[in-house]
Design a protein around this ligand. Structure first.
Ligand SMILES: Cc1cc2nc3c(=O)[nH]c(=O)nc-3n(C[C@H](O)[C@H](O)[C@H](O)COP(=O)(O)OP(=O)(O)OC[C@H]3O[C@@H](n4cnc5c(N)ncnc54)[C@H](O)[C@@H]3O)c2cc1C
Length: 339
């Protein structure tokens, strides 16, 4: 029998280090336990928030008046394999980087560029995490869920998940309606290095041979040198999405801002690094009370200690309005605001 706890501190379930409290909190270790929780009368009448490590969440109220659900399904199984590839199924509560470490250890190719992205497997399926030229959608075969209302299990093939830049069907209209229980991945038994991103190939070769271990270690090294350690400084990584604009509009920008960096996005559009826009507006390293902008990464908002979610939200709004004033570009948060 699973217990639904009351008044649980969420301090250890969000990397911003916001001291919010969940009215109810439950962890499930099997599909049967998840169904029991969702079947409970009080759970049915309240908002439900599935949470992994809270590395993409900002709690802006002291209390979350609903049920925080956490997956404790953490097993990895091989579903089928042949000489070329295999299908691995991983539980939604498994730490993402433990999954990547496992694939690298076993010699399976596909997940290595996503080394050290914080969070759990279930959230990676919701977020379509991406790093170093690879996205979650590139290696997923299907996502298994329990539908909140009907309690029915569903298997969504990758095409049905409608993956885009940090988006999926789970984040859109149906947010909170599908609880992810496990994910099936398609991985290769043969080398498939993806080293086209920035200077990644040179950095790997500097370390030695192009193999899974060296790719993983290189990426871990780069990430550790660039990103704040959330155990020391609260943050949720990139706070805003990189805006995508038309090529025509970008050409106009280039006349006024010749140094504006850019990347090619889908369907002929252009992606502008939000960090550059924020830095241009003078926000890098700024501090407002206990909230601030990281001194080396303008896209990362930080909690210097004891900040309220509202303080960080206000800082985010001020940044949005100065970028909008300067460039007439809207910055959308990547981080989910809960409150
Ligand atoms: C330092 C740092 C670096 C980061 N770097 C990257 C990066 O390189 N690339 C990148 O893409 N992201 C990055 N992120 C963002 C973050 O790691 C991802 O968004 C990650 O997937 C969040 O995982 P989580 O377990 O913390 O999810 P949470 O923040 O707890 O939840 C995220 C979303 O998933 C939902 N969710 C969680 N579990 C389930 C489930 N079982 N079923 C249904 N919904 C669920 C939540 O409701 C929420 O909508 C970074 C964050 C930090 C702090």
């Amino acid at each position: 029998m699973t217990t639904i706890k009351r008044k649980v501190s969420l301090l250890e379930y969000n990397t911003f280090g916001i001291d919010a409290t969940a009215e109810y909190f439950a962890e499930y270790h099997s599909i049967a336990e998840l169904r029991d929780i969702l079947h409970d009368a009080k759970v049915q009448s309240l908002p439900v928030l599935p949470v992994g490590c809270g590395s993409n969440l900002l709690f802006t109220s002291d209390n979350f008046e609903g049920v925080v659900l956490r997956s404790g399904i953490r097993d990895i199984n091989c579903v089928r394999e042949n000489d070329e590839e295999l299908i691995l199924e991983a539980g939604s509560g498994l730490m993402w980087d433990d999954f990547v470490a496992y694939t690298v250890e076993k010699g399976f190719w596909g997940a290595e560029n996503l080394s050290l992205v914080p969070g759990v497997v279930g959230a990676a399926a919701v977020q379509n995490i991406g790093a170093y030229g690879v996205e979650f959608k590139d290696i997923v075969q299907s996502v298994k869920t329990i539908e909140r209302k009907s309690l029915e299990p569903r298997t969504l093939p990758v095409e049905a998940c409608r993956y885009g830049y940090r988006s999926s069907i789970f984040k859109q209209k149906t947010h909170g309606q599908h609880i992810v229980t496990s994910v099936q991945f398609r991985l290769s038994k043969h080398p498939r290095p993806q080293l086209g991103y920035g200077h990644l190939e040179a950095a790997v070769r500097e370390r030695g041979k192009v193999n899974l271990r060296n790719i993983r270690e290189t990426i871990i090294g780069i990430r550790r040198s660039k990103l704040p350690d959330t155990r020391q400084t609260g943050s949720a990584g990139s706070f805003f999405l990189n805006p995508v604009i038309s090529e025509e509009r970008f050409r106009e920008f280039l006349q006024k801002y010749p140094a504006m960096p850019h990347y090619t996005a889908e369907s002929g559009k252009v992606k502008i690094p939000a960090a550059w826009l924020i830095e241009y507006c003078g926000w890098k390293g700024k501090r407002v009370g206990a909230a601030g902008v990281h001194e080396h990464q303008a896209l990362v908002l930080v909690n210097h200690g004891g900040a309220k979610g509202q303080e960080i939200l206000q800082l985010a709004r001020d940044i949005q309005s100065s970028v909008s004033k300067q460039f007439d570009i809207r910055l959308d948060p990547e981080v989910e605001i809960i409150g």
